[in-house]
Write a protein that binds this ligand. Structure first.
Ligand SMILES: *[C@@H]1O[C@H](CO)[C@@H](O)[C@H](O)[C@H]1NC(C)=O
Ligand SMILES: *[C@@H]1O[C@H](CO)[C@@H](O)[C@H](O)[C@H]1NC(C)=O
Ligand SMILES: [Ca+2]
Ligand SMILES: [Ca+2]
Length: 366
């Protein structure tokens, strides 16, 4: 550290002081939470690590409509059947009872919304493949040559080739050749899961897809309004109880994170985008399964004033993602709530991060 700086070589006593310094200083911030004030370790957990600005030592600290597999109302059906009309209205965004203070979940504020449309499902692998087939689009993970994968999803063979991890969240490994077609690295495939959410898509990739589809990313307000499904001040899209009548309503983590994943809800990894009951607006997996990008820049200070169609800060370095993923557990990442939020740099990608699109009007069928 300082010893490497300019100036004369440290004397004996200065050297000793320098050597002691690391013990006196607070531990460095977790690399996957780099740069953002007030971000705690929890953000690294079931959130996704980020891509760094520089491809060097910190390279690997860079953070990173669907339905029945075949029905016309499925993920590959006509676009207008894949979106739900979300009515105009007013709702309470955020909460005065934040569970993760540093994420800026509060304060609760009244927000007026125009009517819009929201994808019923997370964008699936098959939908994304249509986009790539028709445009030749290359995702950022493919350009970078790697992406972050949750360790327990990897084969032993892939794992043995990796010697770097995210210090604060060692279960995230940078995997060469991991991308949307190969979610767990080169020896994995999406052929057996066309109806699962596409993963390893950056914010920039998500914007490209939505634009191609004649849609756009939802604002955070649109996403959260949609998540609440017409209910006021509830934790989850379906109410306050995580498992009404013992039923699972979302794909999250059961067991002790990250060592034991029982898959009690039916899925250890992602689930089909059509799995689990929809919310009051007919939206599936709006919490859990894959995190979902929104169009807003990230900030944690929100005005308490009532607003109309807020679109977030005008600039920033990270984008907001919502909903949590199959990796979220209450003990570590209680973010499968409508008010919960997290962030990543726009070029980040990981094996638990996807998206869905919104639109002001239904796109042409195509
Ligand atoms: C994309 O193109 C490939 C090769 O032509 C084809 O096999 C595949 O079915 C296409 N995928 C979709 C979703 O249309
Ligand atoms: C949040 O903080 C930033 C930086 O201090 C400031 O520019 C911005 O106006 C604040 N936003 C609100 C809504 O208070
Ligand atoms: Ca699960
Ligand atoms: Ca989701």
């Amino acid at each position: 550290m300082a010893a490497a700086g300019p100036g004369p070589a440290p004397t004996g006593s200065r050297l000793r002081l320098l050597l002691l310094l690391p013990l006196l200083l607070p531990p460095p911030p977790p690399v996957c939470a780099a740069g953002k004030a007030g971000r705690a370790a929890g953000s690294c957990g079931c959130g996704s690590p980020r891509r760094a600005e520089e491809p060097a030592a910190y390279r690997y600290s860079r953070e990173a409509n669907a339905a029945g597999p075949d029905g016309a109302d499925g993920p590959s059906g006509p676009a207008q059947l894949q979106m739900a009309p979300i009515p105009a209205g007013v709702f309470t965004m955020g909460t005065d009872d934040p569970q993760i203070q540093q994420d800026g979940e509060g304060p609760a504020r009244r927000v007026n919304m125009h009517a819009f449309y929201m994808d019923l499902y997370e964008v699936s692998n098959a939908e994304f493949e249509k986009f790539v087939n028709s445009t030749g689009y290359v995702t950022e993970a493919e350009k970078f040559g790697d992406s972050f994968v949750f360790e327990s999803m990897l084969s032993e063979q892939v794992k043995t080739g990796i010697h770097q991890a995210v210090a604060a969240a060692p279960w995230w490994l940078p995997v060469k050749g991991a991308n949307w077609r190969h979610p767990e690295g080169p020896d994995s495939t999406i052929l057996n899961r066309p109806d699962h959410p596409v993963l390893h898509v950056s914010w920039n990739d998500a914007v490209a897809y939505c634009t191609w589809a004649g849609k756009r990313l939802p604002t955070e307000a649109e996403w959260e309004y949609s998540c609440r499904g017409g209910l006021e001040n509830r934790l989850f899209p379906w109410g306050n109880k995580l498992q009404p009548k013992g039923q699972h309503y979302a794909n999250i983590w059961q067991g002790e994170f990250p060592v034991s994943n029982t898959g009690e809800d039916g899925y250890k990894g992602t689930a089909p985008v059509t799995a689990f009951p929809p919310n009051g607006y007919g939206l599936y997996n709006i919490v859990g399964n894959a995190w979902e990008w929104t169009s807003d820049w990230w900030a944690v200070n929100h005005s308490t004033h009532e607003s109309q169609d807020p679109a977030g800060p005008s600039s920033g370095s990270d984008r907001v993602k919502k909903g949590g993923s199959y990796m979220c557990h209450k003990s570590y990442c209680y973010r499968y709530r409508c008010a919960a939020r997290s962030q990543n740099t726009p070029d980040s990608s990981a094996s638990n991060l996807g998206f869905r699109c919104a639109a002001d009007r239904l796109p042409e069928s195509g």
